[in-house]
Design a protein around this ligand. Structure first.
Ligand code: BG6
Length: 457
């Protein structure tokens, strides 16, 4: 039996914009998702927009009971910035009542809440001013963070500033998946830097506001593996690590921006606008913990053609198809649980063994109803196997001294996922879109209950 550390967090993660519903009601103002859906509904899988998420705004009390039923002892969600502060300044009291009751109910049921401030949901009023491209976003986020700590700090002890900041940077400014769907590497770097500073000043607000508790950031640390030992492939891996891993991990944990990253940006005319106090602020506002979302690794090789200065990440590194890779046939992503161990050891050796947890790991499956039995239960043995394999490698890392305090799956109830809508299902509970978002537990939910009860498997 593999046993995990005492008080290990067993839970799931989700976000406000993907679960709450009532996206244009109850005092909430629009986000980029609401506007983008209004402008281009055809971009969204099956025309499902942010209004059609799983109605947690009304269902949270029952959902928290369901969490307990399958053994979750912790849960991460986010606050919607546009719900709490519809115009960025004035507090929406209905939102305060909702979030206070949401977090209090979790506590009453013995579920430890971890609360995130930003999960890709930029308020529209700020986007109209340039969103993360403008420095104003840093001040606006500082005010939002401070307000949230003051309003909910008595209930929430573990806070997170951002979920996967690389995603809103890459998807919004390089790959066209998120609004404003611009393709501009220089802007992407500036957006990244403002996001980093928003994080840093939110940490500062936390230290000024809350005396106890912890604050962290959640990063999609996609481990990179080079195609070969050849100098060019290793160089591509080094650059990918700088841009994908160290760009946020180093400043957030160590308080420094890697010199090599600054040089790389300078050589390519990509240095962002930095204010005189920024580096000092970075060095003074370190996180207490890190969350790591891990789904699949990245295989990199040297770019076939190098443009200088670079205008796209493929000028630094290219992905390549590893011939030995195992694929999740229902989502197309690589399955490589070994990376869980590599991440655990990296956190121990390179980041001072800071406390960290797996903040998302899971298996997306399209058309999951094909695995439903006569009783209506989804028999998702593939998901159980996927989690077991990842936990085995995680356990090995913990045994070697990595300071991991929990494992959260994506996700608890199947949820809406941006342009993919409800295409890929990840939940422990199936959600029935034709039947008022009714929830039915899957086999993996019952398995997770045993896992959590035994603190291992
Ligand atoms: C995670 C994000 O990286 O991936 C979630 O934090 C997202 O917001 C999840 O829903 C699954 O993505 P997809 O594209 O498979 O639905």
């Amino acid at each position: 039996m593999l046993k995990f550390p005492v008080n290990f967090l067993w839970g799931s993660a989700a976000s406000a914009p993907q679960t709450e519903g009532h996206s244009l009601g109850n005092g909430k103002s629009a986000t980029t998702w609401d506007k983008w859906f209004e402008l281009n509904p055809e971009k969204f899988h099956a025309n499902e927009g942010p209004e059609n998420t799983s109605n947690v705004y009304e269902e949270y009390i029952n959902d928290i009971k369901r969490m307990k039923e399958i053994g979750l002892n912790s849960y991460r969600t986010s606050i919607s910035w546009a719900r709490l502060l519809p115009d960025g300044k004035k507090i929406n009291q209905e939102a305060v009542m909702f979030y206070r009751d949401y977090f209090q109910t979790m506590l009453d049921e013995g579920i430890h809440p971890i609360v995130n401030l930003f999960h890709f949901d930029m308020p529209w009023w700020l986007m109209e001013k340039g969103g993360w491209e403008t420095r104003e976003s840093v001040e606006a986020f500082h005010f939002y963070a401070k307000t949230a700590f003051e309003l909910f700090g008595d209930l929430v002890s573990d806070w997170v500033t951002f979920n996967e900041p690389l995603v809103h940077i890459e998807c919004g400014y390089l790959y066209g998946y998120h609004y404003p769907a611009i393709i501009d590497l220089k802007k992407a770097i500036q957006v990244g830097f403002h996001t980093l500073m928003a994080h840093v000043y939110a940490v500062q607000a936390f230290r000024d506001t809350q005396n106890d508790g912890r604050i962290g950031i959640i990063l999609n640390v996609t481990p990179t593996y080079a195609k070969s030992d050849k100098r060019q492939d290793q160089e591509a891996k080094r650059k990918a690590d700088l841009l994908i891993i160290k760009s946020f991990l180093d400043p957030c944990v160590l308080g420094t921006i890697p010199v090599e990253l600054s040089e790389l940006l300078l050589e390519n005319d990509l240095t962002p606008d930095i204010l005189s106090d920024d580096k000092k602020a970075i060095s003074r506002n370190l996180v207490d913990f890190i969350g790591i979302n891990y789904y699949q690794p990245m295989r990199v090789q040297a770019p076939r053609e190098i443009r200088h200065p670079a205008i796209f990440p493929t000028d630094f590194y290219e992905s390549y198809d590893w011939p030995d890779k195992r694929i999740n046939p229902y989502r197309g992503w690589e399955i490589y649980p070994e990376a869980m161990y590599d991440v655990a050891i990296m956190m121990k050796d390179d980041y001072g063994n800071i406390p960290w947890y797996v903040s998302e790991n899971g298996m997306g499956v399209a058309d999951e109803e094909r695995f439903m039995d006569e009783s209506g239960m989804i028999i998702d043995n593939y998901r159980i196997e996927f989690m077991k394999e990842h936990l085995e490698y995680l356990h090995r890392g913990i045994e070697e001294g990595s300071n991991c305090f929990g494992y959260h799956t994506w996700t608890f109830v199947d949820c809406w996922s941006w342009l993919n809508g409800y295409k890929n299902r990840y939940g422990f509970y199936r959600v029935d879109l034709k039947n008022n978002y009714q929830r039915t537990v899957k086999k993996s939910g019952l398995w997770f209950k045993e896992l959590s009860k035994n603190n291992g498997f």
